[in-house]
Design a binder for this molecule. Sequence first.
Ligand SMILES: [Zn+2]
Length: 472
Amino acid sequence: MQDATLIVKDTTLVTMDRDLRILQDHALVVQGNTIVAIGPSAEILAAYNSPTVIDGRDRFVFPGFINTHTHLFQNALKGLGRDKTLFDWLDSSVRKALREIRHTDVYNAAVAGCLENIRSGVTTVLDYMYAHASEAGLDDAVVAAFEQTGIRGILGRAHTKTDGFPEAARCPINETEDMFYADVDRLRERLKGHARISLALAPGIVWDMDPDGYRRLRQYADQHGLRITMHLDETAEDDAYTRAQYGINTAELLDQTGVLGEDFIGAHLVHLDATTLEIFGRRRIKCSHNPVANLILASGVAPVPTLRGMDLDVGLGTDGAASNDTQNMIEVIKLAALVHKGFHLDPTILNAVEVVKMATIEGARVVGREADLGSLEVGKLADFFLFNPRNVACVPVADPITCLVYSGNPTCVETVVIHGAVVLQDGVFRTTDEAQAVDALQESAYKLRQRVGLGNEINGRPVVVEPFAARA
Ligand SMILES: [Zn+2]
């Protein structure tokens, strides 16, 4: 008998491997952080011993989802982005909050955001952290939340030019590019060799850097082997800006600087003309599709079938909770399966299997981790979750993928394993006091709204929801 740290037995494995095999009455063996064996349950149990055996009967095991675009700090600003377009929303809430948001606010927001990601099956999150205008070191609060909750985190360290913000949103710190690189150097050092947390570069929107800035960014990314992610063509404003400034569209400008490439993840990609599509195809960029946020902000429907038809990898993202207003990846998956059908009047255009690919193996390719994430295969990292379909939302169940995409919800996500560790067990977090995290965010977000002067009105009258009462 061989020793193992964890076995899931008597279960159905939705592998998302090359042949999309669904293996029934199987078991999966974890040693340390790695999947070391997959096979029929009886054979596995005859060959492996483990102190931790999870009974996976009547459960489906899926590879953990990869959330390719979010802003965890925005969990402090949930509920404020109602009925506004992107730039109205930014100016009226997010940009104003940037000057007031503190380490505790970011930490509480990011912890709750990570827990919500995990509850919807996400095991890897690419966080695009762009709050740097109030005090130094706020990225450390996101790293602390990754560490606390046990999620696999990629910190996209952003650079936003805050000195151009409207008067009402002026910030105490206006970061220069030199300040940005100094902090990226610091974070690289801090995260060097970290088992679960890595770093990426994240210029904000096209006007946050000039062409020389993008050339420097490409050089830095190549020198240190970092991926680049960027908001790109979410609205028509990107191209309007570069046409006014440089006489060409955004993709042409970025192409000329050399910043685009296989390690470049464009987030949103909604407003794309033929020239832009040709450049993305030639540069083989990676894509992040965020349908919930695109619909909340009325940005439009990204041409995902076209991008995937060009053989580009498209992952899914929740985007931040200020424009979502959740981190519910299962909802994103369902909406991705629906919106293109309705938009193109074609029910076959993006089916359930394809959207689950986008959330798993294709998402892994987007973040450059297809060698060790995105499918249930021997040798890959042990990032997966058990989905329980034995509830009124799911029954009767015809197949695991259709069930997940069209009938599933986060309460079906029962147990989540990340890097070989059980993070959520039978619906209860083993890493973090969830009730405490909920109350802490309600209180700090309330105080943040008070400091910034943010709040909602219903029928012309302000409505304020205060911190929750102490629990018994
Ligand atoms: Zn975003």
